[in-house]
Design a protein around this ligand. Sequence first.
Ligand code: ZN
Length: 311
Amino acid sequence: MRIPLRRVAGVLAALALTIAGVLTGPTAAQAATPAWPTLSGGTSGPNVASAQFLLRHHGGTLTVDGAFTAGTTTAVRTFQAANGLTADGVVGSLTWARLVVTLDAGANNNAVRALQTALNKYGYGLTVDGAWGAATTNAVTSFKTARGLTGGATVGATTWQWLLGDGGGGGTYALVIGRSVLPRTEYDDPHHDYPAIDLPTNSGVTTYAITAGTVGHAGGGCGYGIGITADDGTYYLYCHLSSRAVADGARVVAGQVIGYTGSTGNSTGPHLHLEVRVGGANRCPQNLLLALYDGSAVPAPATLPSTGCTY
Ligand SMILES: [Zn+2]
């Protein structure tokens, strides 16, 4: 039997990791490198923003808004065609491998913006300005050390794969509607009576899962409602949709399309009503949504306030 050399190298590398694990005890380094995420039309969130920054770094002309719209698909196809890849407009492992670039301290470009956006998924709270200064060095060092990654503060393909393929301690989050749909000022508005938020959209706006979890259909005053029970137990409720795009009981990931805004149930006009519940009690979603809008550190749901967002 002929064993490809690459495979032998992989086995040796795995063996070396195993030996290192025996010598040093259990560490995060023993975990498998996460798979590259697959991004395509309709997805949104920080990984989309990172892909958009990387496309711009390679000369692409597109808006960076964290929403995978038609303009992003076109830019991906252009990049793929120029790099000998199948121009399918989907960002998978082969496209990521060409998109990411090796970065070091002092760099100042759109690839650093992609890096800062990805680091912020893990709560580093960096300013996404493309300038790799001390704060970015500290974040990279912290991130790599926690995962046993070598090579100092250099960000190479493996570090990129960890940054983009993993979700960070609090899980991966995505904006609930496209970033261009509403201005930032709509995400800090208080809600009548109890902690929640009303996002005043038109009808038919694509709505995304805020994080990974299991879908439960909601009804009554919520109209066509979608509840997502996240992996950390947090419950996210979307109300008044015009239609749902996922089945009751379905498993969703952050940024997956779950439905379209509307005005069903107890509603006087099209809007998206959103609630965040921790242990059954409503929390104020505003700080979470603002962090997602800004691409900054996402607060853990359990740290969101339970008062101060009502009128
Ligand atoms: Zn409401």
